[in-house]
Design a protein around this ligand. Structure first.
Ligand code: NAD
Ligand code: TYD
Length: 358
């Protein structure tokens, strides 16, 4: 069975595609618009693999998506394509509504038309996996229980609101039309190929360059950290054994404050990339102006995926962050490439006015 992946040149999509081709013989068609976050270099190692076809295009291009579906007749769609950075959604929400809401809607329309054309057995087996986030549930207090798949939606950023809207559309296509969709909510991913606008790769890059490590607010916001290949394993088991219409949480069981994350990252940098001065990387920490509507804590309960599908994360934060830092240190050319040009403009937009503010 062929699968169609959207956004497979981005961070999680790349890891999913590379992993898939290692463990499966089934071909992948990879549709990606190559925004600033998509990078064909990520897929260089599989450029000649006949099981992988890269298509440069937009999920909103219905004629293109329809032709990919009729030509390749995939048994599943794994939908990663999105605008994904909360800070960018604050500076420019429109792109988030367009890609995440309208884009997902148009993909659902194309998927529905294709699914209806399938023979009975293929129709029963078809799946559309909608890769969503823990952020749709909003902010938790320190003593709140982790969110379950039934928790109430309460998104606070344009990013999480756009993902929430997409999730609702996906849900409605199951209930209204019977399209066999599954939504997954995952926590913060980290690992190779993540664009250095998100916390861990940004701090790694800044740390190796002796630049400041800008912590928003008091640094006590809590995220759960999921190593990206654990996420990919979870998605594969959802694809094989998840129930149509169901929702699954995927987390690393690893809640940490941002300060704890940066502390561990600095320990790894001190060991793997010691500064010429011999000084610890922690000296670079700088508290800067907080993000508006900065959610205090995210946490997900994973009982359902553990009990129904037998999935559990395998990496600890210590093992995952070490692999991650090593990957960035070994892939300097990749980092140099993605951190030129437009990236510097983004740093100006997001960080210049924060510096020294708190
Ligand atoms: P990313 O920003 O690294 O990559 C997104 C990819 O989507 C890019 O390759 C981009 O070119 C592509 N894309 C954007 N708009 C497109 C369009 N209109 N048509 C086709 N392709 C398009 O994102 P990521 O971190 O890999 O996240 C993947 C998915 O997982 C997203 O849906 C995101 O909301 C979700 N998610 C991510 C995290 C995380 O920690 N990274 C956590 C929870 C959920
Ligand atoms: P981020 O990687 O942007 O993911 P998300 O906001 O989707 O969880 O941020 C993770 C946490 O790190 C979040 O609490 C915001 C914080 N953060 C900083 O303190 N400094 C930074 O420069 C960035 C990018 C994030």
């Amino acid at each position: 069975m062929t699968i169609l992946v959207t956004g497979g040149a981005g961070f999680i999509g790349t890891n999913f595609v590379l992993d898939w081709l290692k463990v499966s013989d089934e071909p992948i068609v990879n549709l990606d618009k190559l925004t600033y976050a998509g990078n064909l270099q990520n897929l260089q190692s599989i450029a000649d693999n006949p099981k992988h076809e890269f298509v440069h295009g937009n999920i909103e291009d219905q004629a293109l998506v329809a032709s990919l579906l009729t030509d390749h007749r995939p048994g599943a769609i794994v939908h990663f394509a999105a605008e994904t950075h909360v800070d960018r959604s604050i500076h420019g929400p429109e792109e988030f509504v367009q890609t995440n809401v309208v884009g997902t809607f148009l993909l659902l329309e194309a998927a529905l038309e294709y699914w209806r054309s399938l023979a009975d057995t293929d129709r029963d087996e078809f799946r559309l996996i909608n890769v969503s986030t823990d952020e749709v549930f909003g902010s938790l207090g320190p003593d709140d229980s982790p969110c379950t798949e039934e928790s109430r939606y309460a998104p606070n950023s344009p990013y999480s609101a756009s993902k929430a809207a997409a999730d609702h559309l996906v849900r409605s296509y199951f209930h209204t039309y019977g399209l066999p969709v599954i939504t997954t909510h995952c926590t913060n991913n980290y690992g190779p190929y993540q664009f250095p606008e998100k916390l861990i790769p940004l701090m790694t890059l800044n740390g190796t360059q002796g630049k400041s490590l800008p912590i928003y607010g008091d640094g006590k916001n809590i995220r759960d950290w999921l190593y990206v290949t654990d996420h990919c394993t979870a998605l594969r088991s959802v694809l094989s054994n998840g129930k149509p219409g169901a929702v699954y949480n995927i987390a690393g069981n690893c809640e940490m404050t941002n300060l704890e994350v940066i502390d561990e990252l600095c320990t790894q940098l001190d060991e793997l990339a010691p500064d010429d001065s011999g000084e610890p990387h922690r000296r670079l920490i700088e508290f800067v102006k907080d993000r508006p509507a900065h959610d205090r804590r995210y946490a997900l309960a994973t009982d359902k995926i553990e009990q129904e599908l037998g999935w559990r994360p395998t990496e600890t934060f210590a093992s995952g962050i070490r692999k991650t830092v090593k990957w960035y240190l070994d892939n300097q050319a990749w980092l140099d490439d993605v951190s030129s040009g437009q990236y510097r403009q983004w740093l100006d937009i997001n960080y210049t006015q924060r510096a020294g503010a708190e």
